[in-house]
Design a protein around this ligand. Structure first.
Ligand code: EPU
Length: 445
């Protein structure tokens, strides 16, 4: 970890101002992968230039596409005229850096008959296996072969339609299904599918490219494969995770933060919880801007369980836990999507919070982690006066919540490894400065 990767944050000051939010970090990279399905140009707008965008742009280029990017305008154009098989080991570096390359399997099997999976990267928040992806790809007719570094996949005869039932509504496996089913021969059905807004965005773009996709009320997705998809000019949905992070910052610091570039529908569940926690919000008349603030002297304690859509997102959990350290009474957070997503609470305790973690399913609904003995529930006893500390960023969402905690705490915290936050938060240092946060890079000292 370099000193350039370190921030000194002086907290205890309410933050005020406006931050712009652009396209969803968990939607745009999938739209970029979908561009591999057509020989025609795909233009994606409202792109937030977080780190994964650069990784995926390099990835699709390594597979034979030409790409052009304009960070200021938030535009990426990909033309995948001649997709080719990557050289031996060439994709390993991409798989190590991100979770996205796994999703290239279905498009690559379609275009080249071959694909590879190396041990995937991303944040260390659980085991994050790829078994569901393999199940989907095998159902489409791919053969999979275990190698020393991952898997080699082949489908020389192309993909064929399949009926698949997911054991858990996995976002990634649903995306893999969509990216294969739209070009597979015949009909496909996925039951127990994930229906997150980021998935609906991918469906929206694929539909405009010529795909035939029906989302049924019972969480199943039916797709009729087509021979060819065409190019598209598409605007991605805003990042509802980033929006909620800024909302959490307003609640934790007792500030007032306006987030520009949002969609209310994607935040509906979050907004209800925010209000129950003692926050409030107001939208602009066109719904594209929302202002968050604390409407009472202290937040209110709550019981929250994370869940798949339309539940309370696992990625909304961390900023909310920081805010709940300021509530009077006991709050519960039951994490049911990832088995190891509460490790960051140790750092909050070092700052003066009182958070106890448990293996039991607290909160009411038994989940698959209770049976498997994972520490996945937290009880937060508040209010706690947070004080400054030395913090190391463990993963993306926990990392941003460390920033929130440091901004809510008295004194100057030193936060190491902040570049990890660039994975999901565009220009976050400039945005924090614009809100009046006292943040200094180590180099500037
Ligand atoms: N799972 C398996 N096997 C698989 C795939 C998933 O067991 O083959 C399990 C996972 O281990 C996890 C659960 O299923 O326990 C859900 O995983 P899912 O596949 O839904 O997650 P993902 O596609 O890997 C995306 C986001 C995450 C977000 C989750 C849930 C991206 C790049 N990542 O992950 O975002 O938390 O969906 O909404 O889209 C983040 O932004 O910080 C982040 C981690």
């Amino acid at each position: 970890m370099s000193v350039d990767d370190t921030l000194h944050i002086t907290g205890g000051v309410p933050l005020y101002g406006t931050v712009p939010v652009r396209g969803s970090k968990n939607a745009v990279p999938k739209l970029m992968v979908a561009a591999l399905l057509t020989e025609q140009a795909v233009t994606i707008r409202n792109v937030s230039f977080v780190r994964d965008i650069g990784i995926v742009a390099d990835l699709v280029e390594a597979l034979g596409s030409s790409t052009s990017t304009n960070a200021d305008a938030g535009v990426v154009t990909i033309t995948a005229r001649a997709v080719h098989v990557a050289g031996e080991g060439e994709l390993a570096v991409f798989h190590e850096r991100s979770r996205i390359p796994v999703l290239t399997c279905a498009p690559l099997l379609h275009r080249t008959g071959q694909a590879e999976i190396y041990r995937p990267g991303g944040c260390s928040i659980g085991e994050r296996p790829v078994g569901y992806h393999l199940e989907v790809l095998r159902a489409f007719g791919a053969s999979t072969q275990r190698t020393a570094t991952g898997y080699k996949l082949t489908a020389p005869g192309g993909l064929r339609g399949a009926v698949i039932d997911l054991p858990f509504p996995s976002v990634g496996a649903t995306e893999q299904f969509l990216l294969g089913a739209v070009v597979a021969a015949g009909d496909s059905v996925l039951s127990n599918a994930a229906v997150e807004p980021e998935i609906m965005d991918l469906i929206g773009m694929l539909q405009r490219m010529g795909a035939l996709i029906t989302v049924r009320p019972n969480r199943s997705i039916q797709v009729t494969g087509v021979h060819q998809l065409r190019g598209v000019d598409y605007t991605a949905i805003p990042d509802r995770l980033e929006a909620a992070s800024w909302a959490g910052l307003a609640l934790a610091t007792d500030g007032r933060i306006t987030v520009n570039g949002v969609r209310q529908g994607d935040l509906a569940t979050y907004l209800n919880v925010y209000r129950r926690a003692g926050g409030d919000f107001e939208f602009s008349s066109d719904g594209g801007e929302v202002t968050f603030w604390r409407e009472r002297p202290m937040p209110r304690p709550l019981v929250i369980e994370t869940d798949v859509h339309p539940g309370f997102m696992t990625d909304w959990q961390q900023p909310m836990v920081v805010a709940l350290t300021q509530a009077r009474g006991l709050s519960i957070m039951h994490e049911t999507v990832y088995e190891r997503r509460l490790g960051y609470t140790t750092a909050l305790n070092q700052m003066g919070a009182t958070i106890q973690t448990y293996r039991d399913c607290l909160g009411g609904t038994p989940c698959r982690f209770g049976r498997r003995n994972y520490t996945h529930s937290a009880v937060i006893a508040g209010p706690s006066k947070l004080h400054a500390a030395d913090l190391v960023i463990p993963d993306l969402r926990a990392g941003f919540s460390h920033l929130i905690a440091a901004l809510a705490a008295e004194g100057t915290s030193t936060v190491y490894g902040v570049s990890l936050i660039n994975r999901g938060y565009e220009d976050f240092e400039a945005k924090l400065a614009g809100l009046g946060a006292r943040v200094e890079s180590h180099a500037a000292r």
